[in-house]
Design a binder for this molecule. Structure first.
Ligand code: R5P
Length: 317
């Protein structure tokens, strides 16, 4: 009974701090203050509590694009970037085969899939009056015919903080993709994992603030904990304003480094909670300097021009 002995011989007096009320701190992340502990803790691994922002490094493109430029060898191109991001957005195949299990980074796991960039259009081919006839359905959007692609138990085994699901508002398979999302939210809520709805812009959709306000708000209303969409040149602040949960921006196609840094900067100034960026980093001429420059803009208060100077200095060093 060492403990009991200890109470009798202990010299230090008990201190109950009766004059100091216990604090009831809030939570730093938009719309997330009423979640349970586990979910808040996972979100705090994705979003830096000091800045309220995140740098998610997106390299899940292979789930429908295969070995796209810059991702031919993830071990060679992505692992050197890992130290400078907050969160790895990836597929479970790459996570298990390439990412060291010793990583301290949060994981955002791609959780929808089932189609590819060569998925066939919805075409009917037959005969009419003895002549061949080919009919295609306009606006079919074959990429939008996704399913959920990860079971919640596997997400737990992989220690995911976030599940990412593609949502195709306004497409042929809008309803299906929204059901993928709500099913994942129900499963993820059981274990305190966050779900990120990813706005997928179909061929028929314009990348306008009006469209992104609609899409992000629908996803948040249906229970997403965070949302990813593209940045818009105009009125991006109206998108972040009326979405009650954090928005991160996708980088989109590769653009000049300064332009990408300006986009990340503007998005954060206009209410985004960070970036989920891929091609503009791993397809850069100098991916590690670009990764550090993005970090400068998102977390360290650098202006785009200052971050670009940092990029050039590091690239030329
Ligand atoms: C694409 O569908 C993937 O989900 C990417 O994660 C997303 O597009 C972000 O990557 P990028 O910055 O290259 O657009």
């Amino acid at each position: 009974m060492a403990d009991l002995d200890g109470t009798q011989t202990e010299k230090k007096e008990k201190e109950f701090h009766t004059q100091t009320p216990q604090e009831t701190p809030g939570f730093f992340l938009k719309g997330s203050h009423q979640y349970d502990w586990g979910l808040k803790n996972r979100l705090s691994r994705v979003f830096n509590p000091k800045t309220g922002r995140t740098i998610m490094l997106a390299f899940d493109h292979g789930y429908f694009m295969g070995p796209t430029t810059g991702l031919e060898r993830v071990d060679q191109t992505i692992l050197p970037l890992e130290p400078y991001c907050d969160c790895l957005m990836l597929t479970r195949g790459i996570q298990r085969s390439i990412i060291p299990a010793s990583t301290q980074k949060a994981v955002a796991l791609r959780a929808s899939g089932g189609t590819s960039m060569v998925s066939p259009d919805d075409v009917w081919e037959g005969e009419l009056d003895g002549k061949p006839l080919k009919l295609s359905r306009p606006g079919y959007e074959p990429l939008s015919y996704e399913d959920t692609a990860v079971d919640i138990e596997d997400a737990l085994r992989l220690n995911a903080c976030v599940l990412a699901v593609q949502v195709f508002i306004g497409s042929q398979h809008e309803r299906r993709s929204l059901q993928n999302m709500t099913k994942l939210i129900d499963a993820a809520n059981r274990y305190g994992i966050a779900v990120m709805g990813v706005v997928a812009v179909g061929r028929a959709m314009a990348r306008t603030a009006q469209y992104f306000r609609l899409a992000t708000r629908i996803m948040a209303e249906l229970g997403c904990h965070l949302v990813k969409c593209y940045h818009t040149d105009e009125d991006f602040d109206t998108i972040t304003s009326c979405c009650p949960v954090p928005i991160v921006i996708a980088g989109g196609k590769k653009r000049p480094e300064l332009d990408a840094l300006k986009m990340a900067y503007d998005a954060c100034q206009q209410g985004a909670s960070g970036v989920d960026m891929g091609r503009n980093i791993f397809q850069s001429d100098a991916p590690v300097p670009m990764m550090k420059a993005v970090r400068g803009v998102v977390h360290e208060g650098l202006k785009p021009e200052e971050a670009y100077q940092m990029y050039q200095d590091l690239k030329n060093a």
